[in-house]
Write a protein that binds this ligand. Structure first.
Ligand code: GAL
Length: 696
């Protein structure tokens, strides 16, 4: 997208910065200079953008905050234009009517459908940033926007397409990061429209789609309950088959009982309670069973086996087999095997595995290796290792297209390039190199296809360390027409590196499970200690991907729904120390202390996990009590350090209504003395009992 929204608006904004400035290039007119700055701000060169910002910053100190905000967006260049327009609207065009007109003219009436989808996703993201206070200066009230959008949806002067697109914008607001909470009025209006026989059925079915998104993303139990009640009344009664089907889908999602919850950032165990070793692996579905496979190493970090587990629900994994081991072939003995991937060949009826092969001493061989088997979890026959068409080959993945054509993608040229090779019909060899994503220095590739787009998600080449995930897309894998790389949320992929994307096609929707590893290697530990982190890779518009950190992910293989799992929260309560003081924290959560009297700063909410651990959330700051290496602090749940367990505690009764509060990750006891003195060190379990006893 380039300058879709009006230049004048941006100019007005920049002009207002420049007005107060006396620093001006002598050779340029004001207009030229603004044009010049606009161009510079959207330069593809990040340094140029930064320099321009600094120039602006020098011009007027008052603009500093605005510029910092702008910096944030410009760094994500795509959204910058829309954002600047909204900022300018805020500064210069405060009326709702004008806001509505801008949205109509520059978004809803966009002639290109794909462009509309992308812009709609971006606009929604910007509104949400504004509402969550992330864009400092800007304030556009949520209620105003909501009532504006609502009036557009029911405005009969607008065309059906315009009204539907408005529904789609609301849909973008409801999904993804910081889902916008739909109001009762909005819901009532939706049901009113669904019941109104005058309304076009295409509008109704879009509204029902919106209800699905609301059900998927809203946390409020009551909202879901209301939707359920209302839809049960409408169920099967609409004259439109599409609407009936959509209503049926919403009800199925609400009713489904096949949900499981996984706790992110842990090393999960199999059905025998042994740690699951399927690191840097993938999943293949055969009939109704998912097979998860991946790396399992020896103490010296070299190859031990490709392990495989099976499950019907993606949570309960039964060990199936070591499908390839160092004993399978001499070429695997004392070697290193990484990132195995498996696809099925319908013609030869064989499961084919490709992987990264090294000699067990260094990473310099940079080869791939191939194995195959008649059954998914049998013993794979090893064929050998080689460099594909002579190219170096390290991190890799496989992708099988709908027509059966398969591709091997691997990091070549010292990991600077990602090569995409088409495989031969039997998938056992390379047919040809079809495209090179050159010079990006990316690895950990994972590919999936949705709505005609192929997405390639990768990490930075940073060894075991987590890094910024990014994706590129194309409508033709073999062409040279690939989008540039777009960053995924979080510059560390929430402390992980991707490995595989599993499309989850259910009765109600298709979701994309993005599987990632929190490598032990990044924390100086053995790779077998690596933890698993799974995301719902959210697709909005035609081609915008986002990931969010959900400490617990709900997965439903029947409906295809993946979403944040919600835990019921308790009422506010105090945590009193046995000696009469109250555990407290400043309202921004920065300091913990013990206060003599309870106050708003000593309100906590205690939430039980399914496994009877608790989260201890500070009500005023919304942050969670954490122990990381013996240091007790408050953190945003999103930033829970290393493992979700660091913010989980056990309440262990010791008699006389006293409890010990013990951290799940460290085994440390919550104690009173650091808050009184200046120490925040590790608290041993054998410290004076009084220091460790609390009353809830
Ligand atoms: C990563 C790669 C892993 C492993 C690791 C070794 O970049 O994705 O599979 O090779 O480096 O440092």
């Amino acid at each position: 997208m380039k300058l879709k929204l009006p230049n004048e608006i941006i100019i007005v904004f920049l002009a207002s910065i420049l007005m107060v400035s006396s620093v001006f290039s002598k050779n340029m007119t004001q207009e030229n200079y603004i044009d010049y700055l606009i161009k510079q701000l959207y330069s593809t060169n990040r340094d140029t953008r930064l320099e321009t910002l600094k120039t602006l910053q020098k011009m007027t100190p008052q603009a500093e905050e605005a510029i910092l905000d702008m910096f944030w967006l410009i760094d994500q260049s795509d959204v910058g234009i829309t954002f600047n327009a909204i900022r300018a609207i805020n500064a210069n065009l405060p009326s709702d009517k004008q806001l509505e007109e801008i949205i109509l003219w520059y978004l809803i009436r966009e002639p290109d459908v794909d462009e509309f989808s992308r812009n709609s996703a971006r606009t929604a993201a910007i509104f949400k940033k504004i509402w969550s206070g992330q864009l400092g200066l800007i304030s556009i009230e949520q209620e105003k926007v909501e009532s504006m959008l609502l009036s557009m949806i029911i405005d009969e002067n607008l065309t059906n397409t315009e009204r539907i697109r408005t529904v789609q914008l609301v849909n973008n607001l409801v999904m993804g990061t910081d889902p916008y909470k739909i109001s009762d009025e909005f819901l009532t209006a939706i049901f009113y429209t669904l019941n109104d026989s005058e309304q076009a059925s295409e509008i109704k079915s879009n509204l029902t789609e919106l209800l699905i998104t609301i059900v998927l993303y809203q946390e409020e139990g009551q909202i879901i309950e209301d939707i359920y009640q209302q839809l049960s009344k409408i169920h099967g009664k609409s004259e439109s088959a599409e609407v009936n089907k959509a209503v049926e889908r919403v009800l199925t999602i609400i009713n489904s009982t096949n949900k499981v919850v996984i706790v992110n950032g842990n090393q999960w165990v199999d059905t025998d309670d042994n740690p699951i070793h399927a690191h840097s692996g993938g999943v293949i579905k055969v009939d109704d069973t998912y097979y998860w496979f991946g790396e399992y190493r020896k103490a010296d970090w070299n190859f031990n086996a490709v392990r495989m587990y099976k499950s019907k629900d993606l949570k309960n994994w039964e060990f199936a087999n070591n499908v390839l081991t160092e004993a399978s072939h001499p070429d695997l003995y004392c070697r290193l095997i990484e990132r195995p991937k498996i696809i099925y060949n319908e013609q030869t009826r064989k499961y084919v595995m490709w992987m990264h092969w090294e000699n067990g001493e260094h990473y310099g061989e940079a080869r791939t290796a191939v194995a195959y088997c008649d059954t998914v979890d049998g013993d794979y026959e090893y064929l050998g290792s080689f460099r594909p068409l002579g190219h170096m080959s390290r991190d890799c993945t496989l992708f099988k297209d709908d027509d059966g054509t398969a591709y091997f993608i691997s990091a070549a040229k010292e990991n600077y390039d990602l090569n995409i090779y088409r495989l031969t019909d039997d998938y056992l060899a390379i047919d040809k190199l079809v495209h090179i994503i050159a010079g990006q220095h990316r690895e950990a590739p994972a590919v999936f296809k949705a709505n005609g787009y192929y997405f390639l998600v990768t990490s930075v080449c940073s060894g075991w360390n987590p890094s910024q995930g990014a994706y590129a897309y194309t409508t033709d894998l073999e062409s040279d027409h690939w989008s540039p790389l777009h960053n995924l949320d979080s510059n560390t992929t929430y402390e992980s590196q991707g490995t595989f994307i599993l499309p989850l096609e259910g009765t109600c929707t298709t979701s994309y499970l993005f599987m990632a590893d929190r490598h032990g290697g990044a924390y100086g530990q053995h790779p077998n200690t690596s933890k698993y982190v799974w995301f719902n890779l959210e697709l909005s518009g035609a081609s915008t991907l986002t990931i969010n950190w959900y400490p617990k992910l709900e997965i439903d293989t029947t409906t295809g729904v993946i979403r944040k799992a919600v835990l019921p929260e308790s009422e506010d309560q105090n945590i009193m120390h046995s000696q009469g003081t109250f555990l407290s924290a400043t309202d921004n959560g920065q300091y913990l202390y013990l206060s003599d009297k309870p106050s708003i700063e000593s309100d906590w909410k205690i939430t039980y996990t399914d496994e009877n651990w608790v989260y201890i959330k500070h009500t005023a700051s919304g942050q969670y009590l954490q122990d990381y290496q013996g240091v007790i602090s408050l953190v945003n749940k999103e930033n829970a350090f290393v493992s979700e367990y660091n913010i989980q505690w056990q309440l262990s009764e010791t008699g006389n209504n006293l409890v010990n509060i013990i951290n799940r990750a460290t085994g440390n006891y919550l104690h009173s003395w650091p808050y009184g003195g200046d120490s925040a060190g590790k608290q041993p379990k054998d410290a004076q009992t009084a220091h460790l006893s609390w009353i809830l």
